[in-house]
Design a protein around this ligand. Structure first.
Ligand code: FAD
Length: 391
């Protein structure tokens, strides 16, 4: 007899996961059900994440911060484990996944990959436990997709470094204990580990966002921030430093976007079976079934792509353009799934009583950050043709 088909996993992708991977996924889903889902719509509505430190400690206790890094209190899990965690976190809310991604894949990864032994000892164990929060400052008010043109500068003054400039749209900025800040120097772009209580550093929060509202987003103002010689990340010079970190975070988004999509698909499927018009459930109309079938196909393909890229990452064979393929496809398809779900819910689709409009609006940020949809299209174009069309 044919096995029963799970509508949320129509081709049985679960069979490709180990029992341990399924356990990790279940544990993260349960944590999200316990500490995020009861309140996340209200946080989104109020435009705040009230207890970031409490959440960070919960995530740290479960080993979700720097999950795929080795040593220094990090759990050293596989890329697929980390991806499954991102999927569950983003099925709760993209802002919550962003908190974890920025901490682990951007701030911690930068220190882990490019930092000195002292920097690693000082920051990583506390960050893995969620006792210290990190942010990652690359984007500036006038320089986003083209970070090489950044204006933030670090100048030598005796042995010290002095940083001046501004960063914009920085996740976790106002709540961070440590900022990894990228700045121009005479040698090229360098990364700096900046304790946020250093005089001259401030991080005013950005308000009036209509997306990623359950996430802290800030400016970083660096006004004569004086740092000791050993504040620089010693192991990297040039844009390959920040780009290596972005590649890690993008990998998490490949999975996470499918979490937001699954949440919206599931909500739309349930709703279509309950909502009756013209004397029958709207699930019985062909046009609704067309939408649900298309959503299911894209959810399936995107999740398979994420798993494939995850297995490559664990095998050490994942190349950055392959991550671009995943980010471009999965975020684009996820936002389409969420918008289609919105139509199935009719007027209820715009209400925060359901997760759909929240995910849909969140994905507008995910489409733009960690490389816009256009930038990843150009990376794929360059990979296919050998021609760089960025400038
Ligand atoms: P721009 O670069 O000005 O682009 C505007 C438009 O022009 C886009 O459509 C873009 O694709 C297009 N474009 C630009 N150049 C080209 C080209 N050559 N060819 C074709 N089209 C082009 N940054 C951080 O450093 N740290 C963070 O923690 C962080 N968190 C964020 C959180 C949120 C909620 C948001 C919204 C952003 C965050 N960002 C963060 C910033 C994000 O990475 C940037 O917004 C992104 O890189 C795009 O830069 P931009 O907004 O300046 O857009």
């Amino acid at each position: 007899m044919a096995a029963k088909i799970d509508p949320l996993d129509i081709v049985g992708i679960d069979d490709q996961l180990t029992a341990e991977e399924r356990d990790i996924r279940a544990a993260v889903r349960k944590l999200c059900d316990d500490v995020v889902m009861p309140d996340v719509a209200e946080w989104f509505e109020r435009g705040e994440l009230p207890d970031v430190r409490g959440l960070a400690k919960e995530f740290g206790a479960m080993g979700l911060l720097g999950m795929h890094l080795e040593g220094y209190g990090c759990p050293g899990m596989s890329a697929v484990d980390y991806g499954l965690a991102c999927l569950e976190l983003e099925a709760a809310d993209s802002g919550i996944r962003s908190l974890v991604s920025v901490q682990g894949s951007l701030a911690m990864f930068a220190i882990h990959r490019w930092g000195s032994e002292e920097q690693k000892q000082q920051w990583l164990p506390a960050m893995a436990a969620g006792e210290a929060i990190g942010c990652f400052g690359l984007t500036e008010p006038d320089h986003g997709s083209d970070p090489d043109s950044m204006r933030t500068r670090a100048k030598r003054d005796g042995d010290d470094w002095v940083l001046d400039g501004r960063k914009m749209w920085i996740t976790n900025g106002s709540v961070a204990d440590v900022a990894v800040v990228w700045a121009q120097t005479e040698e090229g772009v360098r990364g700096f580990v900046v304790p946020t209580d250093t005089p001259g550093f401030s991080a005013p929060q950005i308000h009036h966002k209509m997306s990623l509202r359950a996430s802290v987003t800030s400016e970083l103002v660096l006004d004569g921030v004086r740092l000791p010689a050993d504040a620089v990340l010693p192991e990297v010079t040039g844009l390959r430093g920040p780009l290596s970190c972005l590649n890690e975070a993008r990998y998490g988004i490949v999975w996470g976007a499918m979490g937001a999509a699954r949440s919206c698909f599931s909500a739309a499927l349930d709703y279509s079976k309950e909502r009756e018009q013209f004397g029958k459930p709207i699930a019985g109309f062909q046009l609704t079934q067309q939408k649900l079938a298309d959503m299911s196909l894209e959810l399936t393909k995107g999740t398979l792509l994420a798993l494939h890229l995850g297995r490559r990452k664990d095998a050490g064979t994942l190349a950055p353009p392959q991550v671009s393929v995943g980010k471009l496809n999965n975020v684009r398809e996820a936002i389409d799934i969420c918008r289609t779900a919105r139509t199935i819910l009719g007027a209820n689709g715009i209400s925060l009583e359901y997760p759909v409009i929240r995910h849909m609006n969140n994905l507008e940020s995910v489409l733009t950050y960690e490389g816009t949809v256009e930038m990843h299209t150009l990376v794929v174009g360059q990979t296919l043709t050998g021609h760089a069309a960025f400038r």
